[in-house]
Design a protein around this ligand. Structure first.
Ligand code: COI
Length: 367
């Protein structure tokens, strides 16, 4: 296991200021007193681990990540438990996905136990920054960047920096701590990911490629863009940063059904997505991974077969989708308000994450 040197900050944020931030944290704009850094080069492997004061990096302008975007990241959260302790939610899943992303963009793997240890060290050092209210949490952003100061582009960088920063947050799209229905824009002009590309990796280029379409969504009065498949522009994939679920009215077995697009390699395998598929049967819901076309989405909302739609992700938690807009027309989802299945899943997931509900799959790990 890699060693980390602890260098506590001499100038932590004053307590009164920290408490004011924790009372209304927003999303990803304020950061805790410390960060974790760890370096990699071929000769030494992973080395020089530190928990150190949060602060800027000094990097050569030729550093590879600035030019070729060789980087990957994760999004995960530490939750204040009902007991007062702090818990991480399924951090091993993020560690494994981090390495899959790193592999896709030619970066070295980080041992999963080192990834989780780094998170635990940071959360332990900055535990006073974990807010209490249900729906708030300490968002953790582990990332790795290519640090070789060279413009050659034949081979990947020969050195890397791994870092973890932390930010107290509420769910990204909530109004306060209540879910706010989103209006979404179906992107026909742009594509997020094609077969064989980087769509399943959490790498910055996927997010850079999304900004233009999100600007278009916002210009059309929407909150977020929904990505369709690259080949036919017909099948719903994800929202880029969030997966999508469709709630179908009960059929023969009397159970509502939650349906999400399958992992084809062009969408991100979300940890929240997987958790909801796993939890659904426990809550009397059927769960299915199946392709859904835009036409089905529209028609089945009109017939009442689709009763609710929601987006899910670590940052978003579970956000209802209230309406759809597209160049080809608009339609509402249900009555536009958060539906009962969406709210039930959200309550259950947050209950497990905060230690207020039984944790049947042992997902919460004490930090
Ligand atoms: C997350 O949900 O943690 C993400 O990384 C999505 C990001 C766009 C905020």
């Amino acid at each position: 296991m890699v060693d980390f040197e602890i260098r506590p900050s001499g100038q932590p944020v004053p307590e009164a200021r920290r408490k004011a931030i924790l009372a209304a944290p927003g999303f990803g704009r304020t950061f805790t007193d410390h960060m974790v850094t760890l370096r990699w080069c071929a000769d030494q492997g992973w080395h020089d681990g530190r928990v150190e004061p949060y602060g800027p990096f000094l990097l050569d302008p030729a550093t590879a990540v600035f030019h070729y975007g060789q980087e990957c990241f994760e999004g995960m959260k530490a939750y204040r438990q009902a007991s007062g302790a702090v818990g991480l939610f399924r951090p091993e899943e993020n560690a494994a996905r981090f390495n899959r992303s790193a592999d896709r963009v030619g970066m070295p793997p980080l041992p999963e136990e080192t990834f989780v240890h780094a998170l635990e060290l940071l959360v332990g050092q900055d535990s006073a920054w974990v807010p209490d209210a249900i729906g708030t949490s300490l968002y953790l952003r582990p990332f790795m960047i290519a640090t070789e100061p060279a413009l050659g582009f034949t081979l990947p960088s020969d050195s890397y920096l791994f870092c973890v920063i932390a930010s107290p947050v509420t769910a990204a799209f909530d109004a306060g701590t209540a879910p706010r229905p989103l209006t979404v824009w179906l992107s026909k002009d742009y594509t997020r990911a094609a077969p064989g590309g980087t769509g399943a990796a959490k790498t910055g280029g996927n997010y850079a490629a999304a900004f233009k379409a999100t600007q278009q969504a916002v210009a059309n009065g929407c909150d977020q863009v929904v990505w369709l498949d690259a080949l036919e522009h017909r099948w719903v994939e994800e929202m880029g940063g969030m997966n999508l679920f469709f709630v179908y009215a009960p059929e023969g077995d009397g159970r509502p059904r939650i349906v999400t697009p399958p992992l084809t390699g062009t969408l991100l395998p979300g940890v929240t997505r997987d958790s909801l598929l796993t939890l659904a049967p426990q809550l009397g819901l059927a769960a299915e991974e199946r392709r859904i076309s835009v036409d089905q989405w529209r028609q089945q909302c009109a017939t009442g077969e689709i009763t609710e739609v929601f987006a899910c992700g670590t940052a978003a938690v579970i956000s209802p989708v209230g309406a759809v807009r597209s160049a080809a027309g608009d339609w509402p989802v249900g009555d536009g308000r958060p539906g009962p299945v969406t709210l039930r899943l959200r309550e259950e997931l947050l209950g497990i994450q905060h230690g207020n509900r039984p944790d049947p799959f042992s997902w919460v790990r004490k930090a």
